[in-house]
Structure formats: structure tokens, C-alpha cells
Write a protein that binds this ligand. Structure first.
Ligand SMILES: C[S@@+](CC[C@H](N)C(=O)[O-])C[C@H]1O[C@@H](n2cnc3c(N)ncnc32)[C@H](O)[C@@H]1O
Length: 277
């Protein structure tokens, strides 16, 4: 029935239904707490400096060559787009977090870029990546999207498998139960506003002092970012509610990157969750 509705309804109508449902979903969530005490301040994140750092550019040029042999160059195999991969890599290479949490492994595109950058952050730096699916199984997205290897096998090929822990579990369950604490949390799993609202609250509790939370698919003012007109409203809607409930906590979009992202543009849907000075 679901797939019949998907096939017969025009895309715009489908988007409207999803949007209304998403809004209703957030409206029924009770107020959560948002403890910003461990969050890095915006003034301590120099994105321009990070993205123009020559040392990071040199590291990128070397690591990128091996990663594209696994994932391809253009991002058509799925996962975050090529420009976002580079931004994520650069942030990890600059901030050198020792403990990273990723929500939403999928084909492992972001996983491979995070873990490759982590190789420069010291021998103990590690990544825990969580997905509701077993992303390394034979019927996982990597296989369906025509990739040659699972995220774990690609990571082995790149020499970073030992620093990655793959968890096949709903993100909120993991975040609620884990005793781990993180310096950097990347949220790219369930993009409904309800899920993002809860995950940000939980992520804040898991942060070490000076920690960073990075969102993917943040569409400022719920407006399209790319020429295809698509909007994923959940992350913006969630952060909008959080900002209204918690003065001082807000999402700062990374905006235009110094390199292409997708559909001929440079704009990114990456946004950092930060607190005012
Ligand atoms: C957009 S994809 C992530 C792309 C990935 N970061 C990459 O670059 O390859 C979203 C992923 O989140 C996972 N996901 C959805 N809901 C989830 C949940 N509640 N908990 C954990 N993972 C979830 C999906 O199974 C999917 O693999």
C-alpha cells in the first residue's frame, strides 16, 4: 500500500504529507533538557582557518586517493556528498577528537572519512558508528548500491578497522545505555524532527568538555539548499524548537564550502550545534 501511494502521488504532495507528519511527530514530544555546559563555543571553531589549512589539505590529498578507490569519487554510490566528506575529514583532522560517535553508518562514506582523519589524531583515537541496520551484512545498503565491500571491509583495506566499533542498534538505545563519552558526535541517522530533538538532548549528555555536535541535512528555515528543490525539514525543525526552549543553544550552518558539494554548488547541509559566547 505504502509503495503504491509513493508511486501514484506527485512528489510535491508526498513531501507535504511527510512534512505535516514530521511536524505532528515533534509536537507530541514532551520538553527535554539540553545541558550545553560541555559544548564548544562558536568562537572556538574557526571553520575558515580549518578549511584553508595547508597541512590538512596535504593530508586530505593523500588519504583521499585511497578512499576513492573504495567509494568512488562522485558520491553516486550513496552516503554524504563528496564536499561534505572533505569538510568532515578536515574537521576531524583539525580538532583531533579522541572519541567520536557517528549516528547513521549506511554505506560507511562518512565512517571512512572520519576514521581516515582519526589516524592523524593519535593511536588511541577511535570511532563508534551506530546504525539501526547491520551495515556489514550481505543484504545491507553497500551491496544494494553496488559497492564491492562492506564498510568494515573497506575500513580494513584502509588500515583503520581496528579503531572503529560498528554497532547495529537504534541510536537512542545506544545513547541511553552507553558509558562512553565523546569529543565529537556526528548525527546523520533518523532525520525526523522528533528523533533529532531527542538525539541532540542525549548527545549533549555524552559530550566531553569542549565537545562538538555536527548535524547533517540541516536546511536553514526549512528551505531548499540544492537545485533539486529537496528539503529535509526534520533537523531544522528540531533545532528551531531547541533554540526556542534553550536560549544560547543553536545550530550554525557551515554554509558555502571552499569546494563543490553536489549538483554544481558549494553549499553544505552540515551545521554545528553550538552555544553563544
Ligand atoms: C543518510 S544515511 C547515513 C549516511 C552515512 N553517514 C554515509 O555517509 O554513508 C542514514 C542512516 O541512518 C540509519 N538510521 C535510521 N534511523 C536510525 C536510528 N533510529 N538509529 C540508528 N540509525 C538509524 C539508516 O539505516 C541509514 O543507514
Amino acid at each position: 500500500m505504502k509503495s503504491l501511494i509513493k508511486k501514484t502521488l506527485p512528489k510535491s504532495a508526498l513531501r507535504m504529507i511527510i512534512n505535516v507528519r514530521d511536524k505532528r511527530g515533534l509536537d507530541v514530544v514532551p520538553k527535554y533538557s539540553f545541558d550545553v555546559s560541555h559544548l564548544k563555543k562558536e568562537e572556538n571553531l574557526d571553520f575558515e582557518g580549518i578549511f584553508s589549512d595547508q597541512k590538512i589539505k596535504d593530508m586530505w590529498n593523500i588519504d583521499q586517493e585511497s578512499i576513492v578507490m573504495c567509494l568512488g569519487k562522485d558520491g553516486t554510490s550513496g552516503g554524504i556528498n563528496p564536499g561534505d566528506r572533505r569538510a568532515l575529514y578536515s574537521l576531524i583532522a583539525a580538532l583531533k577528537p579522541q572519541n567520536v560517535l557517528e549516528v547513521g553508518t549506511h554505506i560507511g562514506a562518512s565512517t571512512l572519512y572520519i576514521s581516515s582523519a582519526l589516524k592523524h589524531a593519535g593511536e588511541n583515537a577511535k570511532l563508534t558508528t551506530v546504525d539501526i541496520l547491520d551495515v556489514n551484512a550481505e543484504d545491507a545498503p553497500w551491496k544494494k548500491l553496488g559497492l564491492q565491500m562492506s564498510p568494515r571491509d573497506f575500513a580494513s583495506k584502509l588500515g583503520c578497522a581496528d579503531s572503529i566499533e560498528f554497532k547495529a542498534t537504534p541510536a537512542q538505545l545506544y545513547m541511553q545505555d552507553t558509558k562512553n563519552r565523546f569529543d565529537f558526535i556526528f548525527l546523520d541517522g533518523d532525520h525526523s524532527s522528533q528523533a533529532v530533538y531527542k538525539e541532540v538532548s542525549m548527545a549533549l549528555k555524552l559530550l566531553n568538555p569542549g565537545g562538538v555536535i555536527l548535524l547533517h541535512d540541516y536546511y536553514p528555515d526549512a528551505k531548499p539548499l540544492f537545485s533539486n528543490g529537496v528539503i529535509i525539514p526534520g533537523p531544522f525543525r528540531a533545532l528551531d524548537r531547541i533554540a526556542r526552549e534553550n536560549a544560547g543553544l543553536y545550530a550554525k550552518p557551515l554554509g558555502q564550502l571552499p569546494w563543490p558539494t553536489k549538483l554544481g554548488g558549494n553549499v553544505t547541509s552540515l551545521a554545528v550545534v553550538t552555544k553563544q559566547a
